[in-house]
Design a binder for this molecule. Structure first.
Ligand code: GAL
Length: 989
């Protein structure tokens, strides 16, 4: 068991702000002193339930905010202090989200001078008071006052007695207070400083949110109750036996009824068990009994190893389909309730996520219980980041300064001790982006000693001196492939290089999910499946940290950096998640789900489908397969498909039924889906896990009309008439279709740049959006050269170019008519030496705003771009125009539908416009223009106009991940080149 050390020596009188910590040449107030805490009990394992009493102190506390930490008097801690003129504050919570002060967002920069361990005089300080009675029957005796999380430094009094102070925001701290408690009217007083020496260790890329943001509880500790316990439950995959040993202070007994075990603590037993994995999270209910307490345990048997260059669990290589998760709620910041935690995990499981990196601090402890129960691999990261020192070449970096080592060790201990009993936690991470230093090595050494059962992770040290895995962030595909072949750039030190080259590899961050994107996921997944060394990764990140805010008109939107008047901020870089702030999945999550699906369904032998089981542990018996046969989206037949319960890694060809008869000429497809066969704790039966489509019959194009079409002729009002179309005789632009007014299609190459088009400022330039603006793609002008009436065609020749530029696109529109249809052939020839790809290539039309619904046959239901198209399945889809939009927190290009064979935009009475492709196109429809979308900073800046703008694109540029990673892969770049595409327009009634 961990011995109390000097820092953890239990209750003692604590130094106070007026009498700073002595012994240092420059006495520092406690909140600046780098030492972690005073008066706290040693950290211990967390458990949600026991028969010892506990009481929650959550609720409305009294609160007062002062602008500085210095000189504030402490009389408020006295029980009889009159706090009548203070405010109420909900605890847990962050005061800046409750109307006191404001949140601040910075990525790597400290929002105060880098002057460690000092803090500015402006140090918002929140004094809290809470009066409580003990519940009836609370026995006198030892009791612990426990704080699960306070940002960033707290000083605590109970009934006027100071009990101590602590730092380490996302870590638990306990004080012995039994001797201070009374039955009635206990007064807890807590002073919280927004800034402390701890802030130098907490420079994570997120909002700075001070406050008592996790629960405060009181725990009765009867004589003989559990001081700490450590569950060791391993699994030997060769024998199928699990070994259990529970260390406990004080000694007691452990029973596992299901396994027939009744053991003394410290004693071990080896029995046949079903192991725990993230895919098969088998937990055994157990009970730990000491003379003073009964604690229910849930034991998962598993063994994590790095062996033969691979990270294994229970003897098998695992592949991480992971996400980085910050704790975030748009209203409550990091004060997350149990519903939000469960919601995150259900969403993850339903989207085939199998791993979480708790970036960049230990999560609420209950989250890990849920991970044990639902099944996720967890890389738990310590609350440590000193990234801001990178801006000064890591000069003064606390992780390389012995004065800070006690604080680092304290953080390591508080994490490991709290969470050591979770089977889901399979790796400890030292922290994030701290450079390198002795302090990190000290943490690693302590962790290895205390818990040799888990490998260590840290990304920031290329030499991997302290780690068991080689971890990187945002490496591009080519580099990942080299690493996969163990052919990466060598380290200067041959010994370190040889060691690193033997390590398994993971991307602790990749696929930056900022705004529209990330692109290139499929290509990463292919690498992870090709090279066994590449064991997957963790998308950056799970959720957009947009804070709910209101405009002066009362509309709500999600705010980002700069929206609270911060003097330093990093804008919307805080919104880079797979789910929007309100946890609505973004298209990126749908894409991720498809790309990482654990069953691969693809074309097989003729008349068969190939099914591959990509699970690491589970066979396919938990899934039921179904097939359907669809012609142009109509399901003609469907039924169950019998698939053998393939072992992990196995695949098979499964015969498809005979093709049903159907109308000829229509494109037909097989869709095969893998569904949950029965309810699980995270989704109901029939939840779709994976799917695939196979072509069954191509569309046969309608016969080309033999006779020539109608001749264009001049009509009234300077119009040229051709079939159902009426064109402006001067500009050649389509004005009416079947008498319905529209703004005819014109060439369009602009899109409101995505965050990935903009690229991070540190990316080597020029970045796409910058190039596009330089060329003037956002302000293209159209010059009509000629409008030519031919025998049965109207040809309009134009040049499209921007002011100040010699580059141009020559666009010819060749119109012809066939019955009620207008056929448009667009030919584009670039002129000049184009330095950059195009954002899009297509035409844009302005249509009547009463066209409310889109119905289309093609890729859907969600948006897709060239390198984010895996999740688009071909089918018949329908949705309101407004639902086609993705409300990215910072508005940007969105909503394209890929592979469209035809689309109809209709009014409520069904009348409208139909566009067909020859063969297909992309469509995007919205109630604002690309220019308006580009100008908007928040969703509330977009107001629907009286038109629907319909983009019909021949091509789109890829998305990539340049907002913090590699750009668009060459195969997805929309290179400027001659192009030709055809669209057919007609009205529908
Ligand atoms: C990483 C960092 C994350 C986040 C991300 C960009 O460097 O570890 O915390 O800042 O980049 O969004």
């Amino acid at each position: 068991m961990p011995l109390p050390d000097a820092e953890h020596a239990g209750p003692r009188s604590a130094p106070d702000a007026e009498h700073p910590v002595s012994g240092s040449p420059h006495p520092l107030p406690y909140y600046e002193d780098p030492s972690p805490s005073s008066g706290c009990r040693p950290p211990r394992a967390w458990y949600a339930r026991s028969d010892a009493r506990r009481m929650s102190l959550h609720g409305a506390w009294r609160f007062r905010l002062s602008p500085t930490a210095r000189g504030a008097d402490t009389t408020f801690a006295r029980p009889d202090f009159d706090d009548a003129d203070w405010d109420d504050l909900r605890v847990p919570g962050h005061w800046v989200l409750a109307g006191h002060g404001a949140p601040v967002y910075t990525n790597t920069r400290y929002p105060f001078p880098v002057d460690p361990p000092h803090l500015p005089d402006e140090n918002p300080t929140g004094d809290h008071r809470h009066a409580f009675d003990l519940p009836a029957g609370w026995e006198p005796g030892p009791a612990l006052l426990r704080f699960e999380g306070v940002e960033s430094c707290a000083r605590v009094w109970l009934n006027g007695q100071e009990v101590g102070h602590f730092k380490g925001s996302r870590l638990p701290h306990e004080f012995e207070v039994g001797h201070l408690l009374r039955a009635r009217r206990n007064v807890l007083a807590v002073r919280v400083h927004q800034w402390s020496s701890g802030s130098y260790l907490e420079d994570q890329d997120q909002w700075w949110l001070p406050g008592v943001f996790r629960e405060v509880t009181l725990h009765h500790r009867p004589a003989g109750s559990v001081a700490d316990h450590f569950v060791h439950a391993s699994y030997d995959h060769r024998t199928g036996l699990g070994t259990l040993r529970v260390e406990c202070d004080p000694a007691g007994r452990v029973t596992v009824a299901e396994l027939g075990l009744d053991l003394a603590t410290g004693q071990s037993a080896t029995v046949p068990v079903t192991p725990w994995t993230a895919e098969t999270p088998r937990l055994y209910d157990a009970e730990l009994r000491t003379p003073g307490e009964r604690v229910p345990l849930r034991v998962g048997f598993r063994t994590v190893r790095v062996q033969d260059g691979l990270l294994t669990v229970n003897g098998r290589r695992v592949l991480f389909r992971g996400v980085n998760r910050h704790e975030f709620d748009p209203r409550y910041g990091r004060a997350l309730g149990p519903e939000a935690m469960r919601r995150d995990l259900l969403l993850m499981k339903r989207h085939n996520v199998n791993a979480v990196r708790t970036s960049h601090y230990p999560p609420h402890p209950a989250f890990l219980d849920l991970c044990d129960e639902l099944g996720l691999w967890v890389v738990e990261e310590c609350d440590l980041e000193t990234h801001g020192f990178g801006q000064q070449e890591w000069r003064g970096n606390p992780v390389d300064d012995d004065a800070w080592t006690p604080a680092l060790l304290d953080r390591a201990r508080r994490m490991v001790e709290r969470d050591k009993n979770h089977p889901s936690v399979i790796m400890w991470s030292l922290g994030n982006e701290c450079g390198t230093g002795r302090g990190l090595s000290a943490m690693a050494a302590w962790m290895r000693e205390r818990d040799p059962s888990r490998p260590l992770h840290y990304e920031g040290d290329p030499s991997c001196a302290d780690t068991d895995v080689y971890s990187r962030m945002y490496a591009d595909h080519a580099e990942v492939a080299r690493i996969g072949r163990r052919e990466e750039e060598p380290l200067a030190d041959p010994a370190a290089d040889a060691r690193r080259r033997q390590l398994p590899f993971l991307l602790c961050e990749y696929a930056h999910a900022m705004g529209n994107g990330p692109g290139g996921l499929s290509e990463y997944q292919r690498l992870f499946e090709t090279y066994e060394r590449c064991q997957g990764g963790f998308v950056w990140e799970w959720i957009d940290h947009g804070l709910r805010k209101r405009t002066p008109y009362g509309e709500t939107f999600f705010a980002y950096g700069g929206d609270f008047g911060e003097e330093l901020h990093d804008g919307n870089f805080v919104c880079d998640g797979l789910v929007l702030p309100d946890r609505v999945p973004s298209p990126g999550l749908a894409e991720f789900k498809k790309v990482v699906e654990p069953v691969r369904i693809g074309a097989g032998l003729p008349r068969a489908v190939r099914i591959g089981n990509l699970h690491d542990f589970a066979d396919l018996s938990h899934l039921a397969f179904r097939w359907s046969y669809e012609a142009e989206g109509d399901v003609l037949a469907e039924g169950p498909l019998t698939v053998p319960p393939l072992a992990p890694g196995a695949s098979a060809e499964v015969a498809l039924p005979p093709k049903p008869a159907g109308r000829r000429g229509r494109e037909a497809l097989w869709t095969v889906r893998a569904l949950l066969a029965a309810d699980t704790p995270w989704a109901a039966a029939d939840h779709e896990v994976a799917w695939g489509q196979l072509p069954a019959a191509p569309a046969t194009p309608p016969p080309v009309p033999r006779s020539a079409g109608p001749r264009p002729r001049h009509g009234e009002g300077n119009l040229i008439l051709l079939g159902p179309g009426a064109f402006d005789a001067t500009t050649g632009v389509l004005r009416y279709l079947d008498g319905v007014q529209l703004e005819g299609p014109r060439l369009d190459v602009w899109r409101a740049p995505t965050d990935n088009d903009e690229g991070a400022p540190w990316q080597p330039g020029p970045r796409p959006a910058e190039q596009w603006r330089r060329v003037g793609l956002h302000r293209m002008r159209h010059r009509v050269a000629t409008v030519e009436c031919g025998r049965d065609t109207l040809t309009v020749r134009t040049r499209v170019a921007s002011a100040g530029s010699g580059l141009a696109l020559d666009a010819d529109y060749r119109w012809s008519a066939d019955g009620g249809r207008l056929r448009l052939e667009v030919s584009v020839r670039p002129y000049g030496d184009w330095p950059c790809p195009l954002p899009r290539l297509g035409v844009r039309m302005g249509l009547c705003g009463s066209l409310m619904t889109a119905r289309w046959y093609g890729g859907g239901p969600g948006e897709a771009y060239p390198d984010t198209r895996a999740a688009a399945r071909t089918g018949l889809w329908s949705m309101p125009v407004d639902a086609l939009q993705t409300p990215y927190v910072r508005p940007q290009e969105n909503g394209a539908r890929i592979g469209t064979r035809w689309v109809e935009l209709a009014r409520s009475d069904g009348s409208g416009l139909r566009v067909e492709g020859e063969p297909e196109f992309w469509f995007t429809a919205r109630r604002w223009t690309s220019e308006q979308l580009d100008a908007a900073r928040h969703t509330t800046d977009l107001t629907p106009g009286d038109r629907v703008w319909l983009h019909l694109d021949h091509a789109q540029h890829g998305i990539g991940s340049l907002s913090c990673g590699p750009g668009v892969l060459p195969e997805y770049a929309l290179t400027v080149a001659p192009a030709r595409f055809v669209l057919v327009l007609r009205t529908v009634r």
